[in-house]
Design a protein around this ligand. Structure first.
Ligand SMILES: *Cc1c(COP(=O)(O)O)cnc(C)c1O
Length: 484
């Protein structure tokens, strides 16, 4: 059926304007001559001529086709989709930060350098590390950087045999991928009956070729590995190091510091735990923290404080070098700084307490309706399974699709891989009881439907503009342009 209101592209009227530009800051006369001739447009672009109001509605309506954290609940396990206070956005847009050119002389960038310096110190304090670099721009990038540092450390000691990275089977996929990226051999370590690292398997696989063990604690099952002391002892005794994947630190802020539990290197995702919106490939920040014996290998430049104020120091001969242009994604770091300052030590602690409380509340109320493989207190997230619903032909994917009818984003599905029909739920600390209850009621209703009327779940979503997408086809043959 043809829509009653024509699409914006079909509403064009010659001479109708939808923009007003500020006056040019410099004369435009003759500017075409200054540009490379092959880059000068020969014809005007074929844009629809519509009013400003039409343009605004076009983009607002497009944005409503997507789910986002400002629209509704987004319990995407491992990803920490929490509400990001808007004040942090304002701060990162302050002209003194936003308009600062990365090549200005250091004396004109003292505020920015001080912010970097202080944020590094805060993150060192939070993670229990001695030195931090903010240069890496994603979690995976932090892993890459951290592993490079670990390799440089072993090499500097003449220890060339260490070519193995141990990774538990519950690990985030980026862990083995990053290890492969730095040319290391990945060896998987099994989980035990409690969902923690199997000490027996770890012992069997730890030898003098191990460069490091990469670990997330709490792990991707949302379970805190209480054997972390023994794990650290086993790896350290063999001369290996411990890498902490702190992409999601929402359960540990002010509670436990990776550095105090035996870890030598940490990365944090500021775009998860520290209040930068993420998803869709937006800018991130994955700072890397290290214990003092690894500090000489951190990326350069480092921000240092001296008599003259703050400066960028390149004089670290053992450094792994630069891993990103300039100083990483500075605007993300501003948001994290503002967030930490706003909350303070007590506020950060409350973040983790509330995140853990919210997750346990949902887990307790859903565990009779869905299979829960590891029935113990969880941390900031937990993993349910649709194993029981599968008997009626209802898969995790169907439940995820049905949640869309309730205006809810589904949890992470089919991850971690060690749980069949996994649904990994992370409510975060920013949701109130009413939202949690609404999600719980929706999940309970879907469980009933799977029993009594599976067709409604299998046919979902019913309320979205398009029902099930051909996701592979959409990725392989995207249609991104309006065609008349
Ligand atoms: C998100 C995540 C990563 C990867 O972070 P990116 O910024 O997406 O590269 C790594 N490990 C864990 C546990 C994560 O949740």
């Amino acid at each position: 059926m043809k829509p009653l209101l024509p699409l914006i592209f079909e509403r064009s009227v010659a001479g109708r304007t939808g923009y007003s530009l500020p006056p040019a800051e410099f004369p435009l006369e003759g500017i075409e001559q200054l540009l490379p001739q092959d880059q000068v447009r020969q014809k005007l672009p074929l844009l629809p001529e519509v009013s400003e109001g039409d343009v605004i509605r076009h983009y607002i309506n497009l944005s409503l086709l997507n789910h986002n954290i400002d629209r509704g609940f987004y319990p995407l396990g491992s990803c920490t989709m929490k509400y990001n206070p808007k004040v942090n956005e304002d701060v990162s847009r302050l002209p003194g930060f936003a308009r600062l050119h990365p090549l200005v002389p250091e004396e004109n960038a003292q505020g920015a350098l001080e912010l970097i310096y202080r944020l590094e110190q805060y993150l060192a304090e939070i993670s229990g590390m001695d030195a931090v670099s903010l240069q890496s721009v994603a979690g995976a990038h932090g892993e890459f950087t951290g592993l490079k540092i670990i390799l440089a450390y072993h090499k500097a000691r003449g220890d060339f045999r260490r070519q193995t990275i141990l990774v538990p089977d519950s690990a985030h996929g980026t862990n083995p991928a990053s290890a492969a990226m730095v040319g290391m051999k990945v060896v998987q370590v099994a989980s035990d009956a409690n969902g923690c690292v199997s000490l027996e398997d770890l012992r069997a696989k730890t030898d003098d070729t191990v460069a490091a063990l990469m670990l997330t604690n709490p792990n991707t099952l949302g379970l805190f590995d209480v054997n972390i002391g023994a794990i650290a002892d086993i790896v350290h005794a063999a001369g290996g190091l411990l890498y902490y994947d702190g992409a999601n630190a929402n359960a540990i802020l002010g509670k436990v510091r990776p550095g105090d539990t035996g870890f030598d290197v940490v990365h944090l995702n500021l775009h998860k735990t520290f209040s930068t919106p993420h998803g869709g490939g937006g800018p991130g920040s994955g700072p890397v923290g290290v214990k003092s014996q690894l500090a000489p290998y951190l990326p350069v430049p480092r921000v240092v404080q001296g008599g003259e104020g703050y400066s960028l120091d390149y004089d670290y001969p053992q450094s792994i070098g630069k891993i990103h242009s300039f100083y990483g994604n500075f605007a993300v770091n501003i948001r994290a700084y503002a967030y930490i300052r706003m909350l303070g030590a007590e506020g950060l602690k409350a973040v983790s307490e509330d995140a853990v409380l919210n997750a346990n509340y949902i887990q307790a109320r859903l565990k009779d309706a869905y299979h829960l493989e590891y029935d113990r207190l969880c941390m900031h997230e937990f993993v349910l399974s649709a194993k029981r619903q599968l008997a009626k032909g209802v898969k995790t994917l169907d439940i995820a699709k049905r949640l869309l009818d309730f205006g809810l984003h589904p949890p992470t599905v089919y991850f971690p891989l060690i749980i069949e029909e996994a649904m990994m739920i992370e409510p975060t600390e920013t949701e109130g009881m009413e939202t949690l209850d609404y999600f719980i009621e929706a999940m309970l209703q879907i469980a009933r439907e799977a029993e009594e009327n599976p067709e409604i779940v299998l046919g979902a979503p019913h309320t979205t503009p398009i029902s099930r997408l051909d996701e592979v086809g959409a990725a392989r043959n995207p249609v991104l342009k309006w065609q008349p």
